[in-house]
Design a protein around this ligand. Structure first.
Ligand code: PMP
Length: 420
């Protein structure tokens, strides 16, 4: 067979551009490569041809291959096909979308919800609809990249406060109000669970401050939806302030084991987004199998709260095992647990050595986290066994200690005990 791919001479402008940037990335120690998975995403996975215990995904409740979820997706594929070849406003609005949206709204206790094709797009879609150039968005320094991009896209003034710092937030809101005309909109945007640190913001105090200064509150609860709170309604439910959030963003691709996302809030908010949100308007709708899978997962998630309890018990167990071995897991209080090793090379070395021992915990570097805070980012699932957690904790402690003893790497091993 002849190769019909277009050939470009080596050293073309395109390659020069790529080379330049890739070289910068390589010399910063943040070069990335894809790994290949096969089969379902359970507590163990087939990664690059080997079976490993999975501590890197977001299929927190192990619903992505639950029989009821898979069957719902298969039935929907048979009945509706695999694509919705159009946007919601043209020919892509299925009865399934409306059903999922009303189920999400009623589960969460909001008037309405609107499904988006991803969490990234939901965040990009909301902020430019709510804010004008003359307005202000107040954003935590560790908010997710999609919020950072959404802030830029909104064209509003962006004011960033240090992560979780209540005093700084209060001072900032006060200052904004002092200088702002009364019709200037102010929106506070927060993650429900910080995706690289696993901590939950002090929502009651932050929302109270927002109210005091007339600011709206938007919560991106990508990692809290389904995993936190007595009923899985997320970070706000956990802290008793769920009803005080104005705009709630959740994803379908993490605890719900499907794909896509949603925005929940008032019926007028939904109407506004349908009419003005560009990432809702100008893209294909989620396909029927994805929507059906999310609906089935929402049902299983509500029927089986023990999955959420097992997830958090697993996270507690791993944290306490790591801490007992002298590993600092601060500030995590959720199923996301960072082990901050600081140095890029050391972090990737620990990740690779764990992989060779049969454990997959991804090393995370800048720009996913601030420079010099490279870390293993560990995530739990409800279905990890105690034996898997305990052997993994021992392996992490041994590898962190080994990395600390590699010549030239004296600082930031993540180990707080005698091993440093
Ligand atoms: N918000 C947060 C806090 C996230 O962690 C992520 C994904 N990692 C997103 C939004 C984006 O969601 P999605 O993957 O559905 O685009």
């Amino acid at each position: 067979m002849t190769d019909s791919r277009p050939r470009r001479p080596p050293g073309s402008l395109l390659d020069q551009i790529a080379d330049q940037t890739i070289e910068q990335i390589r010399s910063a120690g943040t070069y990335r490569q894809l790994r290949e998975l096969r089969g379902p995403q359970g507590a163990t996975i087939q990664l690059d041809g080997a079976e490993v215990v999975h501590f890197a995904g977001s299929n927190y409740l192990d619903l992505a291959h639950h029989p009821q979820v898979v069957q719902a997706a298969a039935d929907a594929a048979a009945a509706y096909g695999c694509a919705v070849a159009g946007s919601r406003l043209i020919c892509g609005n299925l009865d399934l979308h409306a059903a999922l949206e009303s189920e999400l709204a009623s589960f969460l206790g909001f008037e309405a919800a609107l499904v988006y094709s991803s969490g990234y797009m939901a965040n990009l879609g909301v902020l430019p609809c709510l804010l004008r150039e003359s307005d202000v968005v107040v954003s935590d320094a560790l908010n997710h990249a999609s919020i950072v991009d959404a802030c830029r896209l909104s064209r509003a003034e962006v004011r960033v406060f240090p992560h979780g710092d209540l005093n700084a937030l209060e001072a900032l809101l006060r200052e904004i109000r002092r200088h702002a005309p009364s019709d200037r909109r102010v929106l506070l945007v927060l993650d429900g669970v910080y995706s690289m640190d696993g901590d939950v913001p002090q929502l009651p105090a932050m929302i109270a401050l927002a109210r005091e200064h007339g600011a709206l509150v938007m919560l991106d609860d990508a990692h809290g939806f389904g995993t936190l709170g007595p009923n899985g309604r997320g970070a706000g439910e956990l802290l008793g302030v769920h009803a005080n959030v104005d705009v709630y963003v959740g994803t379908l691709g993490k605890a719900l084991g499907s794909f896509g996302a949603f925005v929940a809030g008032s019926a007028r908010l939904r109407e506004l987004l349908i009419n003005a949100s560009r990432t809702f308007i100008f893209t294909c709708a989620l396909s029927a199998p994805q929507v059906a899978a999310a609906r089935a997962a929402l049902t299983v998630m509500q029927r089986e709260p023990e999955r959420r309890r097992a997830l958090q018990a697993n996270a507690d167990r791993l944290r306490s095992r790591l801490q007992a071995a002298g590993i600092d897991t601060a500030p995590s209080t959720t199923q996301i647990i960072p082990v901050v090793l600081r140095d890029n090379a050391r972090t990737m070395r620990v990740s690779e050595r764990l992989l060779a021992r049969g454990f997959y915990a991804q090393g995370i570097r800048h720009p996913s986290v601030p420079r010099d805070t490279a870390r293993l980012r560990i995530t739990l699932m409800s279905s990890h066994t105690q034996a898997q957690i305990d052997t993994f904790a021992r392996a992490v402690a041994e590898e962190a200690e080994e990395a600390a003893n590699v010549p030239g790497s004296l600082r930031g091993s993540g180990v707080t005990g005698p091993a440093t």
